[in-house]
Design a protein around this ligand. Structure first.
Ligand code: FO1
Length: 311
C-alpha cells in the first residue's frame, strides 16, 4: 500500500508546500487537516479561507499572486453589494462566492463541514483528502492594542497591524476533531506540520481537544517546516505576533513550541546556527533551502522533507 502522509495546514504557506508535496508523492495518499479558526460569516455565507486556499491551490485554481481566492477572478457581486453594505472590505470574488453559496446551503441542510469540504474539493478535482480540524465552529479572536478583534477583522480590515497581546480560540473547548482527523494522524506513515504561523494557523488545530495528544501518540514520525526564516515570517504577521506574545521570533522558538510531539524540524539555511539548539530540544534538525519561490523550490523542499521522514 502506498504510504500515507498527513499534513497539518494553515493557509498560503501550507498550500504552497502542498503544491510541491503532491508532485513528490501521489496526491491521493495525502490528507490535509486544515485550520478553520479563520472562518467567518459574511453576507449570510460561511467562508472558510484556509480550507479554500488549500483546495483551490491543489485544484490548480488559486490566484498565484495573492495566494488566496481564484485566478481570473471578477468582483462584480462585491461591487454591487457596496450599494447596500459597508461590510465589503473582505474581497469575495464571483467565482469564490459560488463555493460559499454551495457550502452554506449544505451546512443549512445539516451536512457537517467535513462532508461539505469533501464535496467541494472532489467537485473541483482535488485528489487529496481535505479535512477541517473540526465540524464544530472554532473562531480565532485576538486581544490587541486596538481592542478585541475577530481574526479577519484583525488580519484583513486592520491589515494585521494591531499589536496582539493574547489569542483565544472560541469554541475549541467544546469542539471535537472532525471525523477522520484522529485516524489520519494515528494511521499515517508520516505527519507534517506545514510552514504555517504556529500561533494562529496551526494553533487553532492544536486547540481542538485530542489532536495534540494524537500527534504525541502516533507511531509515525512527525516533522515540521519552519515558517520563520532569519527571524522573519516568510508571509504574514507570525514574527511580530510571536514577539508581542513573549516568544522569540525565531525558527528555534517554533521548534520549541512543538517539542512535545516533533521528531524532525526543517529549518532554513539562514538559521543553520540554530540547528544544534534545535537538536538539544530532542529532535533531529534538517537544514535546507525552505523558501518556495517557484515550483522547483517547492518540489525540492518536499523531496528533502520526505527523505528526512524515512531516514
Ligand atoms: N486576504 C486579504 O488580505 N484580503 C482579502 O480581502 C481577502 C479575502 C479573502 C477571500 C476569500 C478567501 O478564501 C481568503 C481571503 N483572504 C483575503 C485571505 C485570508 O484572509 C487569509 O489568507 C487567511 O485567513 C490567513 O491564512
Amino acid at each position: 500500500m502506498a504510504s500515507r502522509t498527513t499534513v497539518l495546514a494553515g493557509g498560503i504557506g501550507a498550500a504552497r508546500f502542498l503544491e510541491g508535496l503532491v508532485r513528490v508523492v501521489a496526491a491521493d495518499t495525502v490528507t490535509v487537516i486544515g485550520n478553520t479558526g479563520d472562518d467567518l460569516e459574511l453576507h449570510g455565507l460561511t467562508v472558510c479561507p484556509d480550507l479554500d486556499t488549500v483546495t483551490y491551490t491543489l485544484a490548480g485554481l488559486a490566484d498565484p499572486a495573492r495566494g488566496w481566492g481564484q485566478a481570473n477572478e471578477s468582483f462584480h457581486t462585491l461591487d454591487a453589494l457596496r450599494r447596500f453594505s459597508k461590510e465589503t472590505w473582505f474581497q469575495l470574488g464571483d467565482r469564490d462566492l459560488a463555493t460559499h453559496l454551495f457550502r452554506t446551503s449544505l451546512l443549512r441542510r445539516g451536512f457537517p463541514l467535513s462532508e461539505v469540504t469533501r464535496r467541494v474539493s472532489r467537485s473541483l478535482g482535488v485528489e487529496s483528502t481535505i479535512l477541517p480540524m473540526s465540524d464544530h465552529p472554532v473562531r480565532t479572536w485576538l486581544e490587541t492594542d486596538s481592542g478585541r478583534l475577530d481574526f479577519q477583522t484583525y488580519f484583513v480590515k486592520n491589515g494585521a497591524k494591531p499589536v496582539v497581546r493574547a489569542v483565544e480560540f472560541v469554541g475549541a473547548d467544546q469542539a471535537a476533531p472532525a471525523s477522520g482527523v484522529l485516524e489520519a494522524i494515528a494511521q499515517a506513515d508520516a505527519v507534517i506540520v506545514a510552514p504555517s504561523n504556529p500561533i494562529i494557523s496551526v494553533g487553532p488545530i492544536f486547540a481542538v481537544p485530542g489532536i495534540r495528544e494524537a500527534l504525541r501518540k502516533t507511531a509515525a514520525p512527525v516533522l515540521a517546516v519552519s515558517p520563520i526564516v532569519g527571524g522573519r515570517a516568510v508571509k504574514g504577521p507570525a514574527a511580530e505576533m510571536m514577539t508581542s506574545l513573549g516568544y522569540d521570533a525565531s525558527a528555534l522558538a517554533v521548534a520549541s513550541l512543538y517539542k512535545d510531539f516533533l521528531n524532525v524540524f526543517v529549518l532554513d539555511e539562514a538559521d543553520r546556527e540554530s540547528s544544534a539548539a534545535v537538536e538539544e530540544l530532542g529532535m533531529r534538525a534538517v537544514v535546507c533551502p525552505t523558501l518556495m519561490t517557484g515550483m522547483p523550490q517547492k518540489e525540492a523542499l518536499a523531496h528533502t522533507v520526505m527523505e528526512a521522514l524515512v531516514s
